[in-house]
Design a protein around this ligand. Structure first.
Ligand SMILES: [Zn+2]
Length: 510
């Protein structure tokens, strides 16, 4: 039997999602107060009833991505309300009584699992409403678990609504869906709604550890965390990878290296740098060929994009002077380019989850990126828009091209203007000072990458009377800039950019 089914959580404590465990623990505390009509025959009993008025909700709604255990949780609740051995005050099902076992096996006549996708019409819901009136056959409560409830038609929802508003006391509903936004608000508001988010690495490790213990697998802690990383927030995916590794290891110890090798990620560092280099050089064909190779080798595309984003993160930190990584030394994306690529890759990452052809989203952004050659030249030192996207850049490029066709001189003139604005008399407003700094960074970068990074953390506070003042909040940035060689480069660059000689001052921001 697949690990995922074999190790399906059978009680609240088995649930790996911490939020779910805690919420259900709190909600189900009132379970023993839920015995149909309260006994109000004496004043004392009335008072008790009021004190114990809290009872379990009669309708739950679980929402969240696939593979997080929504239906498993629904079954656990069904067991808890129907368990024959459960002691008062205890919320866990016994898992050995007839009721518990039949629910685990999926053949309890009073616990009905309905697939919303294939029972979505009004007739099915009407039929359900008729049957709901009948008392449970052998359990305390009839539990209706409707999976993918968002698939129901509007009429079906309306019919269901009436039932949820005034359900017979022997009925409980549990709705599950991956698309909460498609469930009418009127339904949501009548349910106890628990929204599940992707599993955290810790939760995934907990879940994998439970399986590894159960199977008596020999596996290192490193390997578990690595599988958790590959599972990308899904318990089901995690258990599938672990199962595959256990089969391949065939009794031997499962190490991180073993997983990396089997998962075709051992060479990933090299592939990442090669791919980034291709993007940097705008080599469309080579980039696409590399993606093709990934697919042939069976590398998980989502994992590859994930690692690309990690690399961009390193490049961003280096650009800001916060990292001195030696990796990707030949790749000198500007801040703007890092931003555009990161945004596009995040989009591709999300799209990949639902893509029919897994590599297509990555291929598309690759082509878009490589085809628009203007980015480098055109964006050069001047503006960093708040959130540039591939679309806006393409639009920009298109406009530019149109203009250039209409008047071949336009582009040249635009360039001249831009340069002139920093070379002429320098009005001291924030924008021009920022532009000046950007221009200095642009010129310094080819000679000294790390100084360019440091300058990004600085501002120019004033220029005039033969003096230019830089300000930084970090002592080590100031020290770096004051180093004789750096200082000379900086002074020389300022002269080149402004056409004048300035005395350079570096101040520490107080
Ligand atoms: Zn039981």
């Amino acid at each position: 039997m697949a690990y995922y089914l074999k190790y399906r959580p059978q009680k609240i404590a088995d649930l790996d999602n911490a939020k779910l465990r805690e919420t259900l623990g709190a909600v189900l505390k009132g379970i023993d107060n839920d015995n149909g009509s309260p006994d109000l025959s004496t004043p004392v009993k009335q008072a008790n009833s009021l004190a114990n008025a809290r009872s379990v909700p009669h309708a739950f709604l679980f929402t969240g991505p696939k593979g997080l255990g929504k239906t498993s949780t629904a079954r656990i609740i069904a067991k808890i309300v129907n368990c024959e051995n459960r002691k008062k005050g205890d919320i866990e099902p016994c898992n050995v009584c007839e009721s518990c076992i039949s629910i685990t096996k999926g053949n309890n006549v009073d616990v009905l699992e309905i697939d919303g996708a294939s029972n979505r019409g009004i007739d099915e819901i009407r039929d359900l409403r008729e049957k709901i009136k009948l008392a449970p056959v052998s359990s305390k409560k009839k539990v209706y678990i409707i999976d993918e409830v968002h698939m129901l038609t509007t009429e079906a929802f309306n019919a269901l609504l009436k039932t949820i508003e005034e359900p017979p006391s022997h009925v409980m509903f549990i709705f599950c869906t991956t698309e909460p936004q498609k469930v009418p608000a009127t339904i949501v508001s009548r349910c106890f709604h628990i929204s599940l988010s992707l599993a955290t690495p810790e939760e995934l490790v907990r879940s994998l550890q439970r399986i590894a213990d159960g199977e008596k697998l020999s596996i290192s802690k490193d390997a578990l965390s690595f599988i958790a990383e590959l599972a990308d927030g899904g318990f089901r995916d995690g258990s599938k990878i672990l199962e595959e590794m256990a089969m391949l290891a065939n009794g031997k110890e499962i190490t991180r290296e073993f997983v990396a090798e089997r998962y075709n990620v051992s060479d990933i560092d090299h592939l990442i740098s090669q791919f980034l280099q291709n993007l940097y050089e705008k080599k469309t064909k080579e980039s696409l060929t590399l993606i093709g190779e990934l697919v042939t080798q069976g590398v998980d595309i989502k994992y590859f994009i994930n690692q690309l984003l990690q690399a961009l993160h390193q490049l961003l930190l280096r650009e800001m002077g916060l990292s001195t990584t030696e990796k990707y030394n030949d790749i000198k994306f500007s801040l703007n380019e890092i931003q555009i690529l990161a945004n596009s890759l995040q989009q591709a990452y999300r799209d990949t989850k639902f893509a029919v052809v897994a590599q297509l989203p990555l291929e598309m952004i690759t082509v878009m990126w490589c085809q628009q050659e203007e980015v480098k030249v055109e964006k050069a030192p001047f503006t960093i828009s708040s959130k540039p996207t591939m679309e806006t850049l393409l639009k920009k490029e298109k406009n530019l091209k149109v203009k250039s066709i209409l008047n071949p001189e336009v582009k040249k003139e635009e360039k001249k203007e831009e340069t002139a604005s920093v070379q002429g008399e320098l009005p001291e407003n924030i924008d021009s000072l920022t532009a000046l700094l950007e221009n200095i960074i642009y010129k310094v970068k080819p000679f000294n990458h790390s100084v360019a990074g440091v300058l990004r953390g600085c501002t120019i506070t004033s220029i005039g009377n033969g003096q230019i003042v830089f300000q930084t909040a970090y002592k080590f940035h100031k020290e770096k800039l004051m180093e004789p060689k750096t200082f000379d480069t900086l002074a020389q660059t300022i002269k080149e950019v402004t056409g004048k000689e300035y005395k350079v001052m570096i101040e520490l921001k107080q």
